[in-house]
Design a protein around this ligand. Structure first.
Ligand code: ADP
Length: 247
């Protein structure tokens, strides 16, 4: 079953095309690595999927518009690069940040309930950070903050999780733990994952499919097909080896 269908999607910024008629389908349980050079349209694609910018073409979630999809209690979790807006003095506890993940889907007046805090604690438990619940979020390490944000994205048990270069601010060890957590979510909960990555070498360790963008789709398919393809070898050269080194 297709969770997402993208059909002839184009995005322009002041007349300049950032994405040009791209089409692809995402199946349930896919773990897709979205890669490509700087400025190739990766973030633009994510913004279009999240309904944040105008576009031409069609984007459907299980055959529905984003609005209908979320209306039918389906959820898309989104995790940005890092909490760059949070300094050390930011006056919020970790659990408050996690619980705020429910605001999106509440009717007015938007108030957090005891149930919301219970859900927040459960999401933190999944990521092994329940013990951090009362800590000021600005005092946590980069890896811990990223787990707080991931818990926030998971509070609704999303069907689709979109991550935009979420490991940029992490040290290598925190990065590995983070990748392992995402992999587990994909394998055990069958969460469909779209993972934008600069680091195509790391992405190749986990993803099941690769979407290589350069304003258009250069390659979309399974990692096995990518690694076997001589055309891709011509196009990517050493990069193909980097992506495929575990295969
Ligand atoms: P990536 O995430 O792959 O680095 P982006 O989607 O951020 O690429 O950008 C794709 C292209 O669109 C780039 O040429 C970028 O300069 C341009 N672009 C992105 N956002 C804007 C914007 N808000 N206004 C004008 N141009 C933009």
């Amino acid at each position: 079953m297709n969770v997402i269908e993208v059909n002839k999607l184009s995005v322009q910024y002041r007349g300049v095309e950032a994405l040009s008629r791209i089409s692809f389908d995402v199946e349930e349980g896919d773990y897709i690595g979205i890669v490509g050079p700087n400025g190739s349209g990766k973030t633009t694609l994510i913004k279009a999927l999240l309904g944040l910018i105008p576009y031409e073409g069609k984007i459907l979630f299980q055959g529905k518009s984003l609005e209908q999809f979320t209306h039918s209690k389906k959820h898309i979790g989104y995790l940005p690069q890092k909490m760059s807006f949070i300094d050390e003095m930011f006056p919020a506890k970790a659990i408050e940040i996690v619980a705020s993940g429910v605001y999106c889907c509440k009717k007015f007046p938007k108030r957090l309930t005891g149930e919301d805090y219970k859900a927040a604690l459960k999401a933190m438990d999944i990521l092994g950070i329940k013990n951090l619940k009362d800590r000021p979020v600005g005092k946590l390490s980069g890896g811990q903050q990223q787990r707080v944000l991931l818990s926030r994205a998971l509070i609704h048990q999303p069907d689709v999780l979109i991550l935009d270069e979420p490991t940029v601010a992490l040290d290598p060890q925190a990065r590995d733990t983070f990748y392992a957590t995402i992999e587990e979510l994909n394998k055990e909960n069958k969460t469909t994952i779209l993972f934008v990555s600069h680091d195509i070498g790391s992405a190749g360790n986990f993803v099941s499919k690769l979407l290589y963008l350069d304003r258009k789709i250069v390659f979309f398919g399974t990692l096995d097909d990518f690694c076997k393809s001589p055309q891709m070898s011509d196009y990517f050269g050493h990069d193909q080896h980097l992506i495929c080194h575990r295969h």
